[in-house]
Structures are given as structure tokens and as C-alpha cells.
Design a protein around this ligand. Sequence first.
Ligand code: PMV
Length: 301
Amino acid sequence: MITCSAPGKVYLFGEHAVVYGEPAVCCAVDIRTRVSVAPADSVTISSSLGTTGIDFETHPYVSAVVERFREIISLEGVSIRIVSEIPVGSGLGSSAAVTIATIKALDTLLGTGLELDDIARMGHEVEQRIQGAASQTDTYVCTMGGVVMIPQRKGLDLIDCGIVIGNTNIFSSTKELVANVAELNESFPEVIGPVLSSIGMMSTVGEDLVNSKDYVSVGKLMNINQGLLDAIGVGCAELSSFTYAARNNGAYGAKITGAGGGGCMVAIAPREHVDDVAAAIAAAGGEAVVTEATDIGVREE
Ligand code: PMV
């Protein structure tokens, strides 16, 4: 049996603006999805959602990966088992992580010799097939790990402080939120255009601050980024409440991560304050997860 894992991700800066060509900074976090594969006579895929064969309703990403491998190598059967710490549909990159970990696990089992770039590319193709449209961000960061500026694919220094994620457990549709921002931008281009450029500038200014480990300043920029995300209509009461709870309990800064409208927020904090930050988010009604940045992308366990 072979087990491979891949990490989730958060955005330090730049979601939504990245859709308009602005830079964003993403960070792989040490919440992982593990995929184990073993030879078998037929295809079985098991996860917390149940056990199926190739099934595009229950296990769309893994089913698409198996079909993709069948285009390059003979593959009758395989037993695939998924165990994930990444909450589904919360903007933390759960679909990219299961896709990338499955590709690496099958690559290792079948000896197809894929390089990391091939894995990221195949993962992006699979996400596109299942989602219709998908940015390369999640699959790239999850494959490579670390802190990455997108679309330049430039590696930044690893974040060396605590990271706390607050999940609203409110479903939000990335597609819908991206469409809402586009509509706002069409109605008020003179207003929204500069807001999106300012969000992009946050990544440019943030790059040096991340590399010099100036987390006080990174946190301040995250707070400004949060204000601008609110301004383009992707916030919600819960996300605001969790970001204030985090900031009032020792975080350097806190903001939405991902599409917004629900999903998750992220705070960075000195390690001695992460428990206070997590407790404050929980007291405000969120599900808090304390984690760290990781430079370990997809890997065999
Ligand atoms: O919520 P997520 O992780 O799917 O992130 C969405 C990020 C956006 O910038 C809003 C869209 C995108 O494709 O980059």
C-alpha cells in the first residue's frame, strides 16, 4: 500500500483581485489530506462520504484522476482510501489536496514517473474538468507547498508564526461570489478597479514583509485587505465577527481566506497567542483550527 498526502492552503493576500490579473500570496498549511492506494481487481474509492466505484457524484475528483491515468497506462482496478483533515467546501483547498494526493499516490503505485510540475498540471486539468473553470492556484500551492506569489509562482519565505483558521461552516459558492464582484466592477468600474489594484498592491508590498518576517506589518496589511474584501461585498457578519475576535485576542492580523461569503477566515498570531485566538473564534461561534505554514507539498508518507 502507498500513502501520499497534500496540504490545504490559505490566502495571505489577494483573492478576488487575482481573477483580474493582480498578484496574490498563498500559503500551504499543515492540514493534510491522505490518500492510500493498493492494487485491486476493481476500482473502489472510500472516504467519509462512503465507498463507491468510479462515481462522479460522490468522489468526482478521485474518479476523474483514475480516468486520467487510464489514458496513460493500463489500470484495471485499484483500492483508494481518503482520510482528510481539510474541511470540504470551505476555501481551504480540499478538492485540490485530494486530487493532488491521489495523482501522486497512483503515480508512485504505477511508476508513471511524473515530476511535480506534471502533477500540478494534471491536477489543474482534473479541477477544470470537474468545476468547469478553476484557477491554477490551489493545485500549484498544494503540490509545491510553501508560500507562493501567484501568478508569478515565486516562492517566498515560510511564515514563521502561528496560523489560526476560523470556519463559519456556511457554504459559499466561489463561482457566485466571483460573479458578484464582476457585476459590482461593471456597475462602478472607477470605484472597484482601484480597490482591486490596491488589493494586488498588498501582495507586492507584503512580499518583502513576509521575507523579512515582519509579521506585525503583514498583519496590518491583512487587516487592510479584509476591509477591501468587505468593500467588494464578499464578507458576512460571521467572518467579520471572527476577524475582530482574533484581532482583539492577540492576532497580528485577520481576514477572509478564499472566496468569502461564508467559508473561512485566517489569522496570523504569535505562537503564544494562538490558543487565545482560537478560543475567541470558537466563542464567536466559529470552528477554530490552529495550524502552521508548511513547505511540504505533496509527498509520499
Ligand atoms: O475559496 P477558494 O479557495 O476557491 O478561492 C477563491 C479565490 C478567488 O480569487 C475568489 C477565485 C480564484 O479562482 O482565484
